[in-house]
Design a binder for this molecule. Sequence first.
Ligand SMILES: [Zn+2]
Length: 260
Amino acid sequence: MLLVLTHDVDWSRKGPATEHVLARLNRFSIEDRYRFFTLRENIYDGIATIMDYEQRQGIKSTFFFRTFYDDYTTVELYSDIISELRRGGWEIGLHSNSGENLESIRQEKILLEKIYSQEVKSLRVHYLKIDANLIPKLSAIGIKYDSSICKAKTGPSHESTGCHILDGVMELPITIMDAYMFTYWGVKPSEVYQKIIEILDNFNRQGIKIATLLWHTNSVRMHDGKEYLRLVEEIWKIEWLTPIRVIDTPISLCKKEKLI
Ligand SMILES: [Zn+2]
C-alpha cells in the first residue's frame, strides 16, 4: 500500500494571535510553552520538525501552502522554507483559499510558483471547500492532482481511499486527517498511532492500494499531533506500507470513474 503523506500549512509564518495560543497552551510540551513565553516562538510552526523527522527516515512528503493568510501576511514570509523544501526534494502544493473560482486558483498558483521556482501541480482547497464540478477543469490551469475531498468525517471510509481520474486530474481523497481523528473520530492521544496503523492495515487487507494522510504542520508539536512523528520513525518497519508524495502516485493504480 502506498501512503501519500501531506501537510497543510494553515497558519502564517508569524502564527496565530497570542490569545489563540494561550487558550490552547495545554496542548503543548513544557519546553514549547517556555519557548513561547521567553522567545515568543511560533509554536504552531511544525514544518522544521516534520522536515527533520522525515529527512532522517529518507521520506519526502507534500506541503500545501496558502498564498494569503488570515493575518494579511503572504506566503512570501515562507520563501526560505519553501526553497529549503524544494532543494530537499519535498513537493510544494497549493492550499488555495478559493475552491470555486478557477481564475482565483490560477492567480494563487502563479504567486506560489514565483516562490517555489517550480511548477505547482497539486492542489488542496483550504477547509476542503471545493466545488466538485471544478475538479475536472483544474487541468486547464496546470493542476494535475487534487486532494480536497474527504468523505471520512465520522470515521474511516472506503470512499475516501484510493485515487480517481477525472478528466486528466487525479483525485486523492483524504483517508485519514489528524483533526478529524482528534475530534469527530474521538481517538485518544495515546491511541493515535495505533489507530492509524489499524485503519491502514484494514484497508490494505481489503486490497486498497493507496491511502492519503493529512497531518497539519501546526499539530505536530501538540500532544496528540506528535504521533505523526512516531509514524515517520516506525514507517519502514511496516513492510506493507510505502510513503510517497502526491506527485509520485502512479496513474496505473487509479480508477477512471466518477467520484461524485
Ligand atoms: Zn487548510
